[in-house]
Design a protein around this ligand. Structure first.
Ligand SMILES: [Fe+2]
Length: 269
């Protein structure tokens, strides 16, 4: 950690079961007071970094700050996505239901190393909408050998209509090596049942018998949600959260109260 970050972060604490919370030691600090390389190095070791008490940056400054660390994911909307619940969306990301686990950039040529959220408006306590992060490197480390062997033979083909900023068909081995740490990680996007989700996602498993494929998918739907592997972040206005994308999967709990949450997201390749 650099002197600058240390100076700004005397109250850093570990989150459970992983992650780190850093609270600004005085008022008037912004995200830009933390060198971006230090921010990302700290995120790589903690997997999720939560900053509280640091003012958010406006869009132009946030983009310039992140661009100093690497290429940014570019979409039709630019580099920063405004995540708000919409009235009648055609994609589940903008609906008030849950967002099942996935990793960012699955449909793109390159997956981002990191993504950063600024919470413009948080959720009232008890209103749901928490972002859930699953540490798949830890899931893999603790999995039994026979399951790892099945996973090692598994390739998943995903299919979804392009109704938002992604879509089409893609195949991905279930296991991958994190280019950032060399850890074995799982790359998996949970299926989206057309009965429950707008813009459903269909999965086909290759490399396994249909019996083993059913078993692997049923096991993943339990194992990935085990609280031993998941950090749930409840959003307060002003929170800034940086997440490592190669080892983690992430999703969102459904809203149970007000949906007046507003987040901004940017992704660094
Ligand atoms: Fe995402």
């Amino acid at each position: 950690m650099t002197e600058q970050l240390q100076h700004a972060t005397p109250t850093g604490t570990d989150l459970a079961p992983f992650g780190r919370l850093i609270t600004a030691e005085r008022t008037g600090l912004t995200l830009a007071d933390i060198p971006v390389d230090t921010l990302l190095t700290t995120t790589l070791s903690a997997k999720v970094l939560v900053l509280r008490g640091y003012s958010a940056l406006d869009k132009a400054d946030l983009e310039a700050y992140c661009r100093a660390a690497g290429e940014l994911m570019e979409w039709e909307f630019g580099t920063i996505m405004d995540l708000v619940v919409q009235e009648n969306p055609n994609n589940y990301l903008f609906d008030s239901g849950d967002v099942p686990f996935h990793w960012d950039g699955a449909w793109s040529e390159k997956a981002p190393r990191y993504f950063l959220f600024q919470c413009v408006q948080g959720c009232e306590p008890g209103a749901g909408g928490e972002t859930v992060f699953c540490d798949t490197a830890q899931v893999y480390r603790e999995a039994p050998d026979d399951l790892r062997e099945l996973w090692g033979r598994t390739t998943v083909t995903y299919r979804t209509d392009r109704l938002a900023h992604y879509g089409g068909t893609m195949s991905h081995p279930l296991l991958a090596t994190s280019p950032a740490t060399g850890e074995t990680v799982l790359r998996y996007a949970e299926p989206l049942d057309p009965a429950s989700y707008r813009n459903p996602l269909f999965l086909t498993i290759e490399g396994l018998s249909s019996e083993d494929a059913t078993r692997v998918m049923a096991d993943l739907s339990e194992r990935l949600h085990d609280p031993r592997y998941c950090y749930d972040h409840a959003w307060d206005t002003g929170d800034i959260v940086v997440a490592e994308n190669h080892a983690l999967l992430h999703g969102r709990n459904r809203f149970t109260g007000s949906t007046a949450r507003h987040m901004q997201r940017i992704q660094i390749i």
